[in-house]
Write a protein that binds this ligand. Structure first.
Ligand code: C5P
Length: 223
């Protein structure tokens, strides 16, 4: 990305996992490190944007010049995104949001019992990126992510359509790639095009992806 290309634009980014509480000491989480989302926030800031980073529980320093909002649960992330979405120009949904959360949070620590099974009831969380794209009169350019173990291109394209995204960045997870690692490769799709961003450190990959996002963002907004 060229410095200043996103001057005057607001970029909203979600990053990291969400934690869904079971009781006061336990939660359901995932292995997302937040590195890709934080690297994207830095790349957008370097391109001149005003950046709002909605971060799940991760131990990463806030990139210089980026406004960070810490959240823990999918519901809190949804609320934070909803508050910022309509005055943003670009939304990059990089967070690994929990798909389910416990139907009931126990007020006290669940004790071991003599029964050998414990059944947790889970209910689906709201799909944050879809809740944004389903708003009428949407002008925001929306980028989603897809972490897949197989059939990457097919699943990613299907997800882009179903979630009404402008662009989707897909990565293969597993075998030292994707989650909680430093290097990653991305297959990026948009309506009418695709590009492979080969294996690179996430900081480099984030700059390359930001270049693509900026290109497509201005292409969309010039028509
Ligand atoms: O359906 P799947 O979780 O694979 O979709 C991934 C994309 O959807 C990512 O961009 C992720 O940030 C977003 N997502 C979301 N809210 C959810 C689940 C996923 O915004 N509850």
């Amino acid at each position: 990305a060229v410095p200043g290309q996103l001057k005057g634009k607001q970029v909203l980014i979600t990053a990291g996992p969400t934690y869904e509480p079971i009781d006061p000491v336990r939660f359901i989480g995932n292995r997302s490190s937040g590195k890709m989302g934080f690297a994207l926030a830095q790349a957008a800031q370097e391109a001149g944007a005003e950046v709002i980073l909605i971060a799940g529980p991760v131990s990463l320093p806030t990139p210089t010049g980026v406004q960070r909002v810490n959240v823990e649960t999918a519901q809190q992330m949804l609320d934070a995104v909803t508050a910022e979405a309509n005055h943003s120009d670009i939304f990059i949904s990089c967070a690994a949001v929990a798909d389910y959360s416990p139907a009931k949070v126990e007020a006290n620590k669940i004790k071991k019992t003599t029964h050998d099974k414990l059944i947790l009831e889970l209910e689906p969380t709201t799909d944050i990126v879809s809740s944004v794209t389903s708003q009428p009169d949407l002008t925001l350019f929306v980028v989603g992510f897809a972490a897949e173990t197989r059939h990457i291109a097919d699943y990613a394209r299907e997800k882009m359509q179903r979630k009404k995204l402008d662009m989707i960045a897909a990565n293969q997870v597993g075998e030292g790639q994707g989650f909680a690692v430093d290097d990653n490769a991305l297959q990026v799709f948009w309506t009418g095009g695709e590009q492979l961003l080969p294996l690179a450190p996430k900081s480099q990959l984030a700059r390359d992806l930001m270049t693509l996002i900026i290109e497509r963002f201005y292409a969309k907004n010039s028509t």
